[in-house]
Every structure is written in C-alpha cells, then in structure tokens.
Design a protein around this ligand. Structure first.
Ligand SMILES: *Cc1c(COP(=O)(O)O)cnc(C)c1O
Length: 456
C-alpha cells in the first residue's frame, strides 16, 4: 500500500514560532500614527491589543519565539495535523506532479484560525484581561476565538459581517455554542456602525466595518482587548506552526516542495505554511515558488497598490504599509467570506514587493470546480476559501502535465466546508457567477488609500 499520510507524534508540536521579520533583507516599513505620522512603538498598541501580542507585532530581532507550554497543551487537541499525499487528485488530473496538502481542517474549529486564537486567548488571560472582542467574516475566526476564550475562561464578543450572519447561521450557532456574544455588523451599538448605517441603511457589512466596531468596543470597555484573526504580524507568527510541522513531514516523504500554495485573505494561513520554507529561500539555499491564491473579486496582491492604508473602514487602526485596494473597498458578496478583506499583511506585502513570492487571482466558479474535484477525489469537502488554493494547485499540476515534468506541490487545506454547504448549493444550481471586478471599480476605491499617501 502506498503511504498517504505523514504523521508526527504530539511531542513534535513546535516549541517555538518562527519570526521571519528578524531575517528579512528589507524590514517592513513602520506602522504610522495617523495623526502625527510618527512610527509607532509596541506600547502605542497596548490600548487595543494584549501587550505580548503588541510586542510580537513589532519584533524584528528574535528569529525564534517560545510557544508557552499552556498553548502547546491546547494545540495538542488537534496538532500535529496530518500531511497527506493527494494520490486521488493526482489521478483525477492525470498529472505527473506530486501533490501534498497540510490538513488544518482537523482543528476543533474546522480551520487553521485556532492556531492564533489559542495564543491570543492565552496572552489575554496572562495579562488579566477578562473580555476579548473581535470581528468575523465567514464566521471561522469568530468560531475559533469563541472556542479558545472558553478554554481560558474569558468572555468573547464578536461582530459578524451581516451578509454572513444572515447567510451562515450555523457559524453563528457554533460561536454561541462556545459561549460567545454575536452581533451583526454594521450595528447601531457603536459610533462606527451608526455612521455607516446612516449613509447606507441596507449595507451588508464588510470586515473593515466590523473591525472598526470591535476596536471601538475594546477601547471603550474596561479590561477588554481586541483580537484579530488575520493580517497582523503576530497572527502570521502563530500560524508558522503549520509550516514548521510541514517541513518535518516533507522530510519524511523524501521530497522538497518546488511550489507552495495557500489561499489568501489577509495572509495568515499563507504566511503560516510558507515562512518556515521561505527562510531557506531568503538564505539563498532554495528556489521554492510561493503562490498566494486570492479571489478575483478582491485582488489586492495582483491588482492592488503598495502604500500606507488603514486596516479598517473607519480609520481606527495605525497606517499600515501594505498591498491594498483602499480601506473604503466594498467587496462583492462572494462565497469565500474569509477572503473579502481589502489589505494584505505588512510582512508579506514587503516580501511580495521584494519578489520572494507571487500571487494569482481566481474566480469563484473556477475555485468551486477545483473544490468539488478535490472532494470527489480525496473525500474532504474544502472550505470555499481553501478551494482557491486547490484551484491554483490544479493550474500548476496541469502545467506539469503539459510540460511532462514532475514537480512537488504542497498546498495548505486551511479549513473544511461543512458549514458552507449553502455555497456549494449555489454552485450546483448554476447561478454562481465568475465575478471579476473592473478597473474602474477598483480605481474608485484605491483613492481612499491614495489620499493618505498624498497621491490623490
Ligand atoms: C479566514 C480563513 C482564510 C483566510 O484568512 P488568511 O488569514 O488569509 O489565512 C482562509 N481559509 C479559511 C478556512 C479561513 O477560515
């Protein structure tokens, strides 16, 4: 029998996270205070984030950061996650490529998001914080944080993007099952929400808006901090457990990945699987290709601009140097809710600019085509977000077929799609559109970022 799964014992759960900032040839540009344009220090972030997370956010010196024992203990509920050789998918594509995937869908929350949720809930507890607040798009991050806060005995309040609150009721039930308080965003409970609803009472919400609401609650409530599930440097840091494990598991297969692929929302699962491998590329030892697969409806890496922008719609966050579509960006209601964010992570934006990685954009019909093929050949129903990574993998595997060469491709299966079957229904009904956004539409939104860079 061919070996399909590459497993490691719990004792191989990483004991340190990998901080790529310390080894980047060009460090990320500083976060700027929007009022003064001065670079920000970690302590400037303390009103919003837990102190340890704020320190990790701006840490450009320590290559390795210890994972607290309590966090490793929580990781052991589902880590080390399996690395799997996708023989079924290879056969379905009739490709000479060797395809592997790291299966993060096995976490209790159903996605990779728990890797950072556990760490952030732990640091909150350590600091004596009693409440965490956050936003969630598709509900994956909210579900993960609800679980993690429950494990550490902290209260959790979640602003859920309205289109998902209504369209994905079971994600809301999951959060409520883990004891979280869930509010649809925009809501009338914050100034940011009220302002937006006044202009557009029917607005279906976006991550940018929900972030504004959650930050406002955190800064106006005693003993309450804000937690973010993507985009930020400390989130990507926590996600490096994915790549660190995958590196050891790839060694068991006797192969080195030529191409590493992950879907891309704010970058955390992409950074998580890529950075431990990218360090060897930075050191000049390998020439691995790294491909971020983003939705054609929200193409910040392929069609956005590298400049300073806010991380949220209302402008409560620092100014971040990143690829962005403009903080006023209003994405269309595609099914991969977790990929509808206007900006990319700061570290990864710099690495993209410096040519260490590439990006492709994929429309939702192509992504579901690939997701269904994967389900039928591997027996796992992928999250709509993860379908983008599978579609990019399929493209590369078919190129191998045409060229008659065998490459080793590793992709991250960021989550399962059990709570997303309504999206699959829409795909099977034939109503789903291969949505692309026009240049004119994009140009309209990017102005909101240009204005901050004095380019408008
Ligand atoms: C949130 C989410 C994503 C996108 O977030 P990243 O930070 O870009 O990883 C991708 N897949 C799943 C399953 C998610 O829940």
């Amino acid at each position: 029998m061919k070996q399909k799964k590459f497993l490691l014992p719990e004792s191989e759960i990483p004991s340190q996270w990998y901080n790529i900032q310390a080894e980047m040839p060009n460090k990320p540009l500083p976060f700027l205070n929007p009022a003064t344009r001065e670079p920000m220090k970690a302590s400037d972030l303390y009103p919003i984030f837990c102190e340890e997370c704020a320190k990790q956010e701006l840490n450009q010196t320590d290559t390795w950061i210890d994972i607290p024992e309590e966090v490793r203990e929580q990781y052991s509920a589902y880590r080390v996650t399996p690395l799997v050789r996708a023989y079924g998918l290879e056969k379905a594509l009739d490709t000479p490529a060797h395809i592997y995937f790291k299966n993060e869908s096995v976490s209790p929350a159903g996605s990779h998001k728990l890797n950072s949720a556990i760490a952030q809930a732990y640091y909150a507890k350590q600091q004596g914080v009693t409440n965490l607040t956050t936003e969630t798009g598709a509900g994956q991050w909210g579900g993960a944080l609800s679980y993690a806060t429950k494990m550490f005995g902290i209260d959790c309040a979640v602003y859920m993007v309205k289109v998902s609150y209504e369209g994905k009721p079971y994600r809301r039930s999951i959060m409520q099952t883990f004891g979280a308080n869930v509010t649809p965003s925009p809501s009338m409970s914050t100034r940011a929400g009220k302002d937006i609803l006044t202009v557009d009472p029917l607005y279906q919400g976006s991550l940018g808006t929900a972030i504004s609401e959650a930050i406002e609650l955190a800064t106006t409530t005693p003993n309450c901090k804000y937690a973010l599930g993507s985009v930020l440097n400390h989130v990507s840091l926590h996600q490096t457990v994915i790549g660190l494990e995958a590196e050891k598991q790839m060694a068991l297969t006797g192969e080195d990945p030529d191409i590493i692929i992950a879907c891309f929302g704010g970058g955390s699962n992409f950074c998580g699987i890529s950075f431990p491998f990218m360090r060897h590329k930075i050191a000049g030892k390998t020439n691995t290709r790294f491909i971020a697969a983003e939705p054609a409806a929200c193409p910040k890496l392929t069609r956005g601009k590298f400049e300073y922008d806010f991380g949220d719609e209302a402008g409560y966050t620092p100014l971040l140097p990143m690829y962005t579509l403009g903080h006023s960006f209003k994405p269309s209601s595609i099914h991969a809710g977790g990929l509808r964010y206007h900006g990319a992570g700061v570290i990864l934006s710099q690495l993209m600019k410096d040519g260490y990685m590439e990006a492709v954009d994929i429309d939702q019909v192509e992504s579901f085509d690939a997701g269904v093929l994967f389900a039928r050949s591997e027996g796992i129903i992928p999250a709509p977000e993860s379908c983008h990574a599978i579609a990019a993998t399929v493209r590369e595997a078919l190129k191998c077929k045409v060229a008659g060469e065998s490459k080793t491709i590793l992709f991250n299966l960021s989550g399962h799609g059990f709570v997303d079957m309504a999206s699959y229904d829409s795909y099977f009904s034939g109503d789903m559109q291969p949505y692309h956004i026009s240049d004119e539409e994009l140009a309209k939104f990017i102005k909101s970022a240009d204005a901050l860079n004095n380019l408008a």
